[in-house]
Design a protein around this ligand. Sequence first.
Ligand code: PXP
Length: 251
Amino acid sequence: MSRRLRLGVNIDHVATIRNARGGGHPEPLRAAEAAIAAGADGITAHLREDRRHISDADIEQLSAACARLGKPLNFEMAVTDEMREIALRHRPHAACLVPERREERTTEGGLDVARGHNAIAPVVRALRDAGIRVSLFIEANPVQIAVAEALGAEVVELHTGAYCDAIKDGDSEAAARLLDQLRAGAVEAAHRGLEVHAGHGIDFASVGPVAAIPEVVELNIGHFLIGEAIFTGLPGVIAEMRRRMDEARGL
Ligand code: PXP
């Protein structure tokens, strides 16, 4: 297992800022190119059903740019017919299935693959048949992980949001408990032959312990990187995140 972690940069919030003025600036495409130039191993974008940030045109441009630059596009999507068709049209390197509720501000919890099994199974099959790597964004819970394997996913992305919130709240007891859950989930998923990713809410304070989980091979980080880029620029914040990830892996 490679010690070097991959960093997927989620550029949704570049589109959030652009959309606040309804114009074209700042461009997610330019952010993706800058992120890759700064060391991102891939680009993640979530085309939400309400199109509140990333647009269909962005996905088109990002697909072309990632192909041109030889970097994977991780397409985050809800389990809907519309999103399945869009994914099949663009054939991104990977599709990460996430839960989506219109009233939520962000993806608040993992996809409940146990409860949603019957709706999720045909989407996983269709994406896999098209050669798209399927990732399921789930809580680090043994039942969810077992069902993810049964569904035929190749990857699980473990939801780090609760752990990162505990760090932000200074609740070290909860953070320790949630980190143990993430560690156990990563071991369980890898044992079942699933590739393990992690993401949501990660910042400089929380990245180290997550990056140090040996089974985790990729982190997907967005909001903090884009927010912090206001102060230090995208290349600077990505380089510093990369440095912290490498340090956690003993590189
Ligand atoms: N991974 C998944 C599956 C997500 O839905 C998100 C948020 O869109 C992220 C990672 C990135 O989370 P954040 O923006 O909090 O870093």
